[in-house]
Design a binder for this molecule. Structure first.
Ligand code: AMP
Length: 541
């Protein structure tokens, strides 16, 4: 016998309808590309999203069509999140940090029909406009006064499109399994692959991610997502904020320490989110100017491992609790969050930091396991690592257009991460499978080595890679960027590892560099580093 409850599809538009009805007065603040600060409310967001939905219809965009954006975090981008998905089309958030050839490949692959872009990206759009095959309309996300001169024919103006429409629009109802948005993986090898989210997967992810033991978002929060809306939907925050009625603060293109800190303080931000490399810049600015965070209570750090020193600085010096999270584009993205269990609260500070260095416990909805090389599940002992597999209703089933064939193994998605899980269910990533250093048949975690290295006061950034070794297969090489003005010699760096990791994990050599290449989502590009240092001769050879 079936239950006798209403059948209402889980649709993204319902988040906006709720936010307008119950949090209509709540503010959304954006630092605009045009240079000023823009403020309006959820009520305005809803009305303008409906106008934009009418504009999309007027441009001939039909349900199921893909609409692309090349945009920073801002209110117009937020309007497109709802106007496009809400009207049954698919929002494709292009990553502007990719090479133009890759942007062309992705836009063609996705069959994008309209491209909305911020003024910043005009040069990129001009470089690709004549090459993309399916885009019919190019829209600059600005007003008439800021429209640029351009060689692109028939360039449209966002505010003109909005002004020309009525704000009456009834969000359509359709199957909750319909596609809502599309995001391509970073693709360090081969072409990027598309992950096509649905309304249902997005709503379920939103419910789970907002929970107290997950990101703990509420109407009391002012949320500033530094993580870009072009990278896995800014970790779901544009949806979560509507679900709970939180104030939203968008930083636009200005992601330097000063601009971010000014917004945190000026807008009384309580919660933020970003990759470790962004926080490095922010902390350096705050520390060197003797500033504090007067309202920020928590910050979500993920995308790559958060070094324990960064956690200590945030928590002990500034009173900002670090929520270490792990996820991937293929997971919408949230998989685990490192929130304590009751028994951790009884532990001493050293024990708690050891827990926080882990990537955390799964949120309800995600199931995970680690397996050995034969695919057999490894017990949760907190020590033995293997490949991490996941499953759940917001995890990819297959890539867009079937690229790469069936990615699943017996219904589980292999993440490509190497991890262990402890008795309490806390998962710790020890490496990306391709970054792990294989020395004499054993594995060395490059993340553990980097975490020790960045704890040295003279180190700004550190990356550890495996270098071919005739006896051990591979041995670790540490690439270090010193802090400006700091002095640090190879021997001092190596001595710093004494007693902190197993002796045989100590890098065989250290090289100093001016920078470490970062990828389109702010992660250290170890493939590039391996290419750069492939001829490096270790002193132990
Ligand atoms: P992306 O799909 O670009 O978001 O990348 C996902 C990958 O980033 C994961 O498979 C991990 O390798 C890595 N990652 C994400 N969060 C973390 C974290 N907290 N610690 C270590 N690696 C992470």
């Amino acid at each position: 016998m079936n239950g006798q409850m209403m059948q209402q599809p889980l649709l993204i538009s319902s988040l906006l309808v709720y936010a307008e009805r119950h949090h209509g007065e709540q503010e959304i603040v954006s630092r605009r590309i045009e240079g000023d600060i823009h403020r309006y409310t959820y009520r305005d967001l809803a009305a303008r999203s409906r106008r934009m939905a009418n504009a999309l219809a007027a441009l001939g965009v039909q349900a199921g069509a893909t609409v692309a954006t090349l945009a920073w975090n801002g209110y117009r981008h937020m309007e497109l999140y709802y106007a496009v998905s809400g009207s049954g089309s698919i929002l494709h958030t292009l990553n502007p940090r990719l090479h133009p050839d890759q942007v062309v490949y992705i836009a063609d692959h996705a069959e994008d029909q309209v491209l909305f872009f911020d003024l910043t990206f005009l040069p990129l759009v001009e470089a690709i406009a004549s090459r993309v095959k399916t885009i019919r309309h190019f829209v600059v996300m600005t007003d008439r006064a800021h429209m640029p001169a351009s060689k692109i024919d028939g360039l449209l103006c966002y505010e003109d499109l909005v002004d020309a429409q009525d704000d009456q629009f009834a969000w359509p109802s359709f199957d909750e399994n319909s596609a809502s948005s599309l995001c391509y993986t970073s693709g360090t090898t081969g072409n990027p692959k598309g992950v096509l989210y649905s309304h249902r997967s997005t709503l379920l992810h939103t419910y789970a991610a907002a929970l107290p033991d997950a990101l703990h978002c509420s109407a009391h929060d002012a949320v500033l997502p530094v993580v870009p809306m072009f990278h896995v939907n800014a970790w779901g925050l544009p949806y979560i904020a509507c679900m709970v009625g939180a104030k939203l603060v968008f930083p636009g293109a200005a992601l330097d320490g000063k601009s971010l800190h000014d917004l945190f303080e000026g807008e009384r931000v309580t919660l933020s989110a970003g990759v470790p490399t962004v926080w490095q810049g922010l902390l350096a600015y705050v520390e060197s100017n003797n500033l504090t965070f007067s309202t920020m209570k928590r910050t979500i750090i993920g995308g790559s491992a958060c070094p324990p020193t960064m956690m200590r600085t945030f928590q002990e010096k500034y009173g900002v609790f670090v929520l270490h999270v792990w996820g991937m584009t293929e997971m919408s993205p949230l998989g685990t969050v490192c929130n304590f269990k009751a028994r951790n609260l009884e532990q001493d500070s050293a024990e708690r930091y050891a827990v926080q260095a882990k990537q955390g416990r799964v949120v309800f909805g995600v199931d995970m396991k680690v397996v050995d090389s034969l695919g057999k599940e490894i017990p949760w002992d907190g020590e033995t690592s293997g490949e991490l597999l996941v499953r759940g209703p917001w995890i990819v089933d297959r890539y867009f257009k079937g690229e790469g064939g069936n990615p699943l193994i017996d219904g589980w998605f292999p993440t490509g991460d190497v991890a262990n899980i402890d008795v309490d269910g806390f998962m710790q990533i020890t490496d990306r499978a391709k970054d792990v250093i294989k020395s004499g048949g054993e594995w060395i975690s490059s993340i553990d080595i980097e975490n020790v290295a960045v704890a040295h006061p003279a180190v700004a950034m550190a990356a550890c890679i495996g270098i071919v070794h005739p006896k051990w297969d591979e041995r670790p090489l540490l690439v270090v960027v010193r802090k400006p003005g700091a002095e640090l010699a190879r021997e001092q760096m190596l001595e710093f590892f004494d007693g902190k990791i197993a002796k045989w994990w100590t890098p065989d050599d250290v090289v100093f560099a001016d920078t470490i290449p970062l990828g389109a989502t702010g992660k250290m590009q170890k493939t590039k580093l391996r290419e750069l240092y492939c001829a490096h001769r270790l002193p132990t050879v």
